[in-house]
Design a protein around this ligand. Structure first.
Ligand SMILES: CCCCCC/C=C/C(=O)SCCNC(=O)CCNC(=O)[C@H](O)C(C)(C)COP(=O)(O)OP(=O)(O)OC[C@H]1O[C@@H](n2cnc3c(N)ncnc32)[C@H](O)[C@@H]1OP(=O)(O)O
Length: 433
């Protein structure tokens, strides 16, 4: 399957030569400064061909904004104003390129040719050889986007895309399912999910929505809904204790799945954000059922004042004020505030709502959590497994039904203009399409 990266790379090579006829969305193309240093002579067709050849020699990706400008100028110089029909919203790559070309209006071919040559000559002069790939820092985990280890009777699945805030690619969904299937059969007692780097996970990789198959966006939505349902089913059916070691900010599906975990240990620098509203999406991971169940439709949360983090229970930040004695403030947090309105929770707030089991100071987080987990693995494994099974078995049928309903709703959401516009906005914010 053509990945988005291949699509972009393919387009990058062919855009500059104008062989493709489909645009990419970039907000203010006009703002891109064109090189005005050209002498009065008009750029010839030969100059254009030389410029095209020069671009082929570029070693560094100039970024989408430049590629779009070159694409649009080349099309305008060789074919004149854009008269193609506007592609659909979900066809992000083609629509953005269409926009780029159309933005040039009735710019004369000669002027477009001149601007193309000028732009290439100024960028070629400025282009630097690419910096050598940064070697992995000491202690950083080598390996792919997902690292799975199994030791001390703990299977650990680590999101390992720190440069992308551990966003989950389509392949990673598959790999996590494989890791869970293996962990359900190995000699581990616990299975842990955690993140490498400053983030736990920034949720679904939003470029997952952009590689539209030839069958069109409806097919993409259908296959994504199947993948998501199978992915969440793996967590519902997993037979051993699931532990989330939330080392930093968590977004989207990495948050909603936590309702299916048995322990959620969070660093006090972790946050919990489910921006489904702003993204035009709806909840997944069974959170439409587990969150209200866990948090209550509206819940008065009381937490201890001044308790040290890690001494059991939530680290106190939110407290309860009674008759104005200044013991803190009344904390109303609702599942709806998270799932519908996208309120981001601190680790303490998430703990007060029952989403997080315990919050630890970041400075001692890893040491405290892994010491505790290793102690838990000393428990009789069959007793652990039996206790978990009797706790979880009663709710599985309901959770599978909730999962099916959520995936059906999302399948429609992914086709909506609300969602596609939000994804384009995110990916275009720095020419990331
Ligand atoms: C099979 C389909 C299953 C679908 C399941 C349904 C799941 C739904 C969800 O999970 S919805 C939530 C999706 N996630 C987001 O909306 C988060 C998007 N990211 C952000 O808002 C921000 O990146 C941030 C707040 C997480 C971090 O911001 P900041 O500290 O400013 O860093 P950058 O934005 O510069 O990010 C660095 C780098 O990472 C890329 N990136 C981060 N998150 C994602 C993501 N979710 N998808 C794709 N790319 C992401 C970001 O683009 C930057 O890349 P760059 O360095 O510019 O190449």
């Amino acid at each position: 399957m053509t990945t988005m990266a291949q699509v972009i790379c393919g387009l990058a090579r062919r855009w500059c030569f104008g062989a493709l006829g489909s645009p990419l969305q970039v907000p203010c193309l006009q703002a891109l400064p064109l090189h005005l240093g050209r002498t009065a002579t008009r750029a010839s067709q030969r100059d254009l061909e030389n410029a095209v050849h020069q671009v082929k020699l570029w070693k560094k990706d100039p970024g989408n904004e430049v590629k779009l400008k070159l694409y649009a100028l080349y099309k305008q110089a060789t074919e004149g104003p854009c008269n193609l029909p506007k592609p659909g919203m979900m066809d992000l790559v083609n629509k953005a390129k269409w926009d780029a070309w159309s933005a040039l209006g009735s710019l004369p071919k000669e002027t477009a040719r001149e601007n193309y040559v000028d732009l290439v000559s100024s960028l070629s002069a400025a282009s630097e050889p690419p910096s050598p790939a940064k070697p992995a820092a000491d202690g950083e985990q080598a390996g792919g986007d997902l690292v799975v280890t199994s030791e001390n009777h703990i299977t650990t699945i680590t999101f390992n895309r720190p440069a992308k805030k551990n966003a989950i690619t389509t392949q990673m969904y598959q790999d996590i399912m494989l890791a869970l299937q293996a962990a359900s059969k190995d000699d581990s007692v616990l299975t842990v999910l955690t993140g490498n780097g400053e983030y736990y996970c920034s949720g679904n990789d939003l470029t997952n929505f952009t590689d539209i198959p030839p069958e069109g966006p409806e097919e993409k939505a259908r296959t994504n809904a199947i993948l998501l349902r199978e992915f969440v089913d793996c967590f519902i059916d997993f037979p051993k204790p699931l532990v989330a070691v939330v080392n930093g900010p968590a977004v989207g599906i990495s948050v909603t799945l936590l309702g299916l975990f048995d322990l959620v240990y969070a660093s006090d620098r972790a946050t919990f954000h489910t921006p489904f509203g702003p993204l035009g999406l709806s909840p997944e991971g069974c959170s439409s059922y587990t969150f209200p169940k866990m948090m209550g439709p509206s819940k008065l949360s009381r937490t201890k004042v001044g308790s040290r983090a890690g001494e059991g229970g939530c680290q106190s930040q939110a407290t309860v004020s009674l008759q104005g004695r200044g013991l803190g403030q009344l904390v109303f947090l609702k599942a709806a505030e998270m799932l519908i309105f996208g309120r981001k929770l601190t680790a303490q707030e998430a703990c007060a709502q029952g989403l997080v089991t315990e919050v630890f100071p970041d400075s001692t987080f890893q040491k405290e959590v892994w010491t505790r987990l290793r102690a838990y693995t000393k428990l009789p494994p069959n007793a652990v497994r039996t206790s978990r099974e009797v706790m979880r078995s009663k709710g599985r049928e309901r959770l599978h039904a909730v999962n099916a309903e959520e995936c059906g709703a999302l399948q429609q959401r992914w086709l909506s203009e609300e969602c596609t516009s939000a994804v384009v906005r995110f990916l275009s914010r720095r020419g990331k399409l």
